[in-house]
Every structure is written in structure tokens, then in C-alpha cells.
Design a protein around this ligand. Structure first.
Ligand SMILES: [Zn+2]
Length: 236
């Protein structure tokens, strides 16, 4: 492990022990698009020990307005492009790349899973896998000037009472258009990175759905309960 000097400003806030926890932690980021770029950049900068990056897409020129980790890499697979970005930013971080997320992806080696995909179907898949594997899931979505964020905490001691993504969204909900104002993806992705760091360092996290309207700078928190009869999480 390199010197902790790189993290000194952060250590002043979270303390050395929490920094060491981050350096030993591993996080799976599913989707290296607009949200994923901010998550990857800030988790790498903050010193998460291992980042798994799952995205089989190829970088296209219309991604570059918001997908900041892919600058100059049009045509490259996104997971590989993001890996190069991380290595340049912080050589302390180990990166493991995966193709598209599927239910066979082994999430056991990760402490937290961050969902940064725009496919509703994939979000449900990630939810199922995380609930089954007892991994906390940091969900977010963006559209236009708006964003939402929620942590589904499936760790022992929390999963008994935590709702899951399926409790909030039935499976037949229409996908939102993935048009977005570039910084909205950066802001909401940065919030995902922050909640991930709080999970790893055992800070109290918000257990409500955060809805953000950046056009009017309105932020609301909505209480969500476990849904009776939810096919994914109502075993309790
Ligand atoms: Zn549920």
C-alpha cells in the first residue's frame, strides 16, 4: 500500500481507520456510463481497494458529454476504458473488469454493489442478486433534470426490514428516456459514491428514497416500506 498522503484531506474528516477500511474494501460498479463515470472516478480517488466494473458497451462519441472517464477512447469497451482511467488516477486501486451484468456474476467478493444502469430489467436483476447475496445495493437513476437515489441495505440485520427495488418499482414499469443534462449524471453518481463510502465506513445512511429536481433545486425524501408479498424480499 502506498503512502496515505494522497488521502490526507479525507483522513482529516473520516479518520485513518476508516481510510484503511476503504483501502481494504471492494465495490462492484454496474454500468460505466454517466452515473458510473462519477462513481468510478470518486471511489478510485477516495481509495477503494478494489473496483469491479461491469459494462460490455463500446464508447461512442455521444457518451462523452457526461461519461468523463472515457475521454479520448471512442471505440473501446467501456469497462476497459474505465480501468485505464482508474490506473492513471490512483494506482493503489485494483480493477477487475466484467462484461454486461448477468445473474451468474459472482458478487460474493464485493462489499457493495452500485447500480448505474438505465435498463429497468437489469436493475431488477441486480436487485435479485444483491438480496440473495446479502450485499447492500446503491441504486440511482437520472432523466432530464431529475435524479433519484436509494440504498437498499441487504446486510444481515438490515435486510429483514429493508425494502428492495422491486418493492418500489413493479417489473412492468416503462423505462425512462435516457436523455439527461450532463452534470445531473455527475451529481447523482457522486452521491452514489458518497453513500458507498458511508456504507463501508459504517456511517448512518439514509434509508429513504431521495428524489431530486435540479431544474428547481428541490430535494424530497420519501419513506418506502417493504411491500407485503414482494416476490423478492417478503420472506421475512
Ligand atoms: Zn421487495
Amino acid at each position: 500500500m502506498n503512502s496515505l498522503l494522497r488521502y490526507s484531506r479525507q483522513i482529516e474528516v473520516i479518520g485513518r481507520n476508516n481510510q484503511l477500511k476503504l483501502l481494504k474494501s471492494s465495490v462492484l460498479v454496474v454500468g460505466a456510463g454517466g452515473l458510473g463515470s462519477a462513481v468510478i472516478a470518486y471511489l478510485a480517488g477516495a481509495g477503494v481497494g478494489m473496483l469491479g466494473i461491469a459494462d460490455g458497451d463500446v464508447v461512442e462519441v455521444h457518451n462523452l458529454d457526461r461519461q468523463i472517464v472515457h475521454a479520448g477512447k471512442v471505440g473501446m469497451i467501456k469497462a476497459e476504458s474505465a480501468k485505464i482511467f482508474v490506473k492513471n488516477l490512483n494506482p493503489d486501486v485494483k480493477v477487475v473488469t466484467h462484461g454486461y451484468f448477468n445473474e451468474k456474476l459472482n458478487v460474493e467478493k464485493y462489499d457493495v454493489v452500485v447500480s448505474c444502469v438505465d435498463s429497468i430489467e437489469t436493475r431488477h436483476k441486480i436487485n435479485r442478486v444483491c438480496f440473495k447475496s446479502k450485499k447492500p445495493l446503491v441504486h440511482a437513476a437520472v432523466s432530464g433534470f431529475e435524479g433519484e437515489l436509494m440504498v437498499f441495505d441487504f446486510r444481515n440485520g438490515f435486510r429483514e426490514s429493508s425494502p428492495c427495488y422491486r418493492c418500489v418499482y413493479p417489473e412492468n414499469v416503462e423505462a425512462q428516456k435516457n436523455s439527461v443534462v450532463s452534470p445531473v449524471a455527475g451529481i447523482v453518481g457522486s452521491l452514489q459514491a458518497l453513500e458507498t463510502i458511508k456504507l463501508i465506513c459504517n456511517y448512518t445512511i439514509t434509508r429513504e428514497l431521495l428524489r431530486m429536481d435540479f431544474r428547481h433545486m428541490e430535494f424530497i425524501r420519501i419513506k418506502v416500506s417493504k411491500k407485503k408479498g414482494c416476490p423478492i424480499c417478503s420472506l421475512f
